[in-house]
Design a protein around this ligand. Structure first.
Ligand code: UDP
Length: 230
């Protein structure tokens, strides 16, 4: 399978759009679209954490919530939290945590809400990318930016940014990866399927270089916002 069903090259991501400042009431917000997958992230805080026993007197806490809207997929998703949502919320938090510095905000929480309004694979990665943009837009102190994309294997070949149709190919392997822009660290690595060590290295190299491209788009979105609101 050399040519992808949608005509993309192996290292070509779907079309990307990024925008910050999309939700007025939030302290920071962003929209990230990759192909037909659309994630919106909203950040609230830092604000005092309640109940108080959850507070950490040494640092603020990052709390992430991922949700896929019922209408985001063709076969309606049952609304509300489920196991998948809990897992993705947790990995989103872990992927972003190394990039933020909440040490100035003891006893506080920064809430990140990720809503997937349209899903066609890669939603956790789109959510993490949108969340990093929304945190920066909120003015949360950050040591780095995080971008995420999945790489995958279909019929023995490595591709970036699998679509749902590609993910659904028999024996396809999906590897969501998040990377920091400055320190080039991997902050999320999951793997669903089988892969050899050599293939994994190839997939990680492809995911990392694609994350760098996404980071440029993130920078552009932030600059555009500040230029328009000078
Ligand atoms: N999906 C769906 N219904 C669900 C969960 C997922 O239709 O309840 C679809 C959706 O397009 C999603 C894709 O399956 O993007 C892949 O889901 P996965 O759990 O692998 O996470 P993702 O790739 O979105 O991070």
């Amino acid at each position: 399978m050399d040519k992808r069903a949608d005509g993309r090259k192996a290292d070509e991501m779907r079309e990307i759009e990024a925008k910050v400042g999309v939700i007025k009431r939030a302290d920071g917000s962003a929209l990230f679209k990759i192909g037909d997958t659309i994630a919106i992230a909203a950040v609230y805080g830092p604000r005092e954490l309640h109940p108080r026993y959850l507070q950490n007197p040494e640092t603020g806490i990052l709390r992430c919530n991922y949700d896929m809207a019922s209408f985001s997929v063709t076969e309606r998703k049952k609304p509300g939290p489920n196991r998948r949502g809990v897992e993705i919320s947790l990995v989103t938090e872990k992927a972003l945590l190394p990039a933020v510095d909440l040490s100035q905000f003891p006893n506080a929480v920064v809430d990140v809400f990720v809503e997937i309004v349209q899903a066609n694979a890669g939603t956790r990665c789109a959510g993490i990318t949108a969340a990093s943009l929304a945190l920066a837009h909120a003015g949360i102190p950050m040591k780095d930016m995080v971008a995420a994309v999945s790489a995958g294997k279909i019929n023995g070949k490595i591709y970036v940014d699998l679509s749902k149709d590609e993910e659904d190919v028999e024996d396809a392997t999906d590897i969501p990866v998040a990377c920091t822009a400055r320190t080039k660290k991997i902050t999320l690595l999951q793997l669903d399927g089988n892969i050899t060590k050599k293939e994994l290295i190839e997939a990680l190299i492809l995911a990392k270089s694609s994350c760098e491209k996404i980071n440029k788009i993130q920078e552009k979105a932030l600059l555009e916002f500040y230029r328009q609101n000078e």
